[in-house]
Design a protein around this ligand. Sequence first.
Ligand code: MRU
Length: 365
Amino acid sequence: MNVSIRGRTRHYRTVAFDAAKNSVRLIEQRLLPHTFKIVDTRDYRETAAAIRDMVVRGAGAIGATAAYGLTQGARVFRGSDLRRFRRQVDLVYATLKAARPTAVDPVNAMDDVRRAMEQGATVAEQQRLALQAAEAFADADAEHCAAIGRHGAALIRSGMNVLTHCNAGWLAFVDFGSATAPLYAAQARGRKFHVFCDETRPRSQGATLTAWELAQQKISHHVIADNAAGHLMARGEIDLVIVGSDRTLGRTGEVANKIGTYTKAVLAARHGIPFYVAIPLSTIDWKLTSGKDIPIEERGGEEVLGAWGMNRRGRREYVRVANRGSEARNPGFDVTPPELITGIITPVGIFRPRQLWSRRRQLGF
Ligand code: MRU
């Protein structure tokens, strides 16, 4: 995606790998939209911490970060003992997997890297194959998102108002984004439309990240309070909803996404508004048989009890909003059942959620 800062425009990927320094290069998403900064993680533990603390976030972006992190951890191994090397790789894998539990992309990405490594007969070969596979995952993530854009653009007509939740944009992937890719593709085809970004409390990824991306892309938009969508839908001001997903069950069509997605799906169904979910293939979990088994991340209560922002001196600051002494619950994701979803936009086409399983060959399983 092109980023314009102080009149200069440059293309960036959200996640990249510096092979010479063995470091993972990330956009520091916690500082956006106020400051655009690139950071490097020097070892796999720092990479895992960047995922956990949400320096980088979003399904595909943490998938690519985990793939690079696994490579980073494998590449520092010295020696030729394959058994010791595998133990090291297992430790790195477990550390990165534990960083955030709901999105399945990191697991799918690291499994790709491990499968590729198994083809190597020596430590050095496996290290080389790991990097190659991590780069392939990142490239596929960007290609899948571009293909989602091509399929999803057909849903967007000029004059439409589109609601989106959280940030399933370029920043949540290596490039283009999932839910935003159809918007960018429709814009490239000359269509004029408006986007409502749910602010997405508690971390406000809609207000900070999606709004920033859309502004960069010069797409007309408003940030709305999470509670405003029902009112706008009832007044006929929303025509279409497109969201992303952190884990979509291939066997049932259930969709885990940022907390508040389920509420929007219920509202959309109540008002007869089409509700679409956009996903690359790495977001599909082909194993789980029930949405109840999806691990739902519970984050710290301070995210709900206050908010981060930029103070007048340009410093990032946390302010307490809630009553002092009150505690909070903070589930990060919810699960939307297939009957509330009009279609799943994938890189190979748009399917009904319950069709995923019958189309599994086409979807790469
Ligand atoms: O907690 P986050 O910001 O990592 O959550 C991920 C998300 O941004 C959303 O759930 C998104 O809609 C799907 S990820 C592309």
